[in-house]
Design a binder for this molecule. Structure first.
Ligand SMILES: Cc1cc2nc3c(=O)[nH]c(=O)nc-3n(C[C@H](O)[C@H](O)[C@H](O)COP(=O)(O)O)c2cc1C
Length: 135
């Protein structure tokens, strides 16, 4: 069963720019390697993340992320099965964005979500756009 988890969190203020770059690079590479889809946005002291994939993989990854010292105040927004059958394995890779001016990557991500995850597209699009606006 496919699954989606989405949350916002507060970045640990002791994290340096190079730590942040290393984290974002790691997440993109590792998620692509293990077939996790979604997005991680860092913007002005906050993270927004969507994880989509096999239920076990998504839940295990979230448990790991939840305990990570690099952030706190984790607020979950979506935590459910994805019913949509339109999923194709060949679809895109995991997106990371680390500044709020990068609107085009966000729009590309949202376009793919509309196509492949229509069931949750409205809430995903709403949450992502609000996050980008207020950060
Ligand atoms: C905000 C945030 C999001 C993260 N997202 C992911 C992720 O999507 N995939 C991932 O592999 N690690 C992610 N991590 C890093 C994990 O918490 C963990 O450090 C990493 O998976 C390595 O774990 P391991 O050493 O137990 O293999 C994230 C960390 C933070 C702070």
């Amino acid at each position: 069963m496919r699954y989606i988890i989405s949350y916002v969190s507060t970045v640990n203020p002791n994290i340096s720019n190079s730590d942040m770059t290393a984290l974002m690079d790691y997440v993109r590479l590792n998620n692509n390697a293990i077939g996790l889809m979604g997005i991680l946005i860092y913007s002005e002291g906050n993270f927004f993340q969507i994880l989509e994939g096999e239920e076990q993989t998504v839940k295990m990854m979230f448990e790991k992320i939840r305990k990570d010292y690099r952030h706190h105040n984790i607020i979950k927004m979506l935590d459910k099965e994805i019913i949509s059958s339109s999923f194709s394995e060949s679809r895109s890779s995991f997106t990371v964005i680390s500044d709020h001016y990068n609107q085009s990557e966000l729009h590309q991500f949202l376009k793919k979500e509309e196509e492949h995850n229509p069931e949750h597209y409205k809430s995903i699009s709403y949450l992502a756009q609000k996050f980008m606006k207020f950060n």
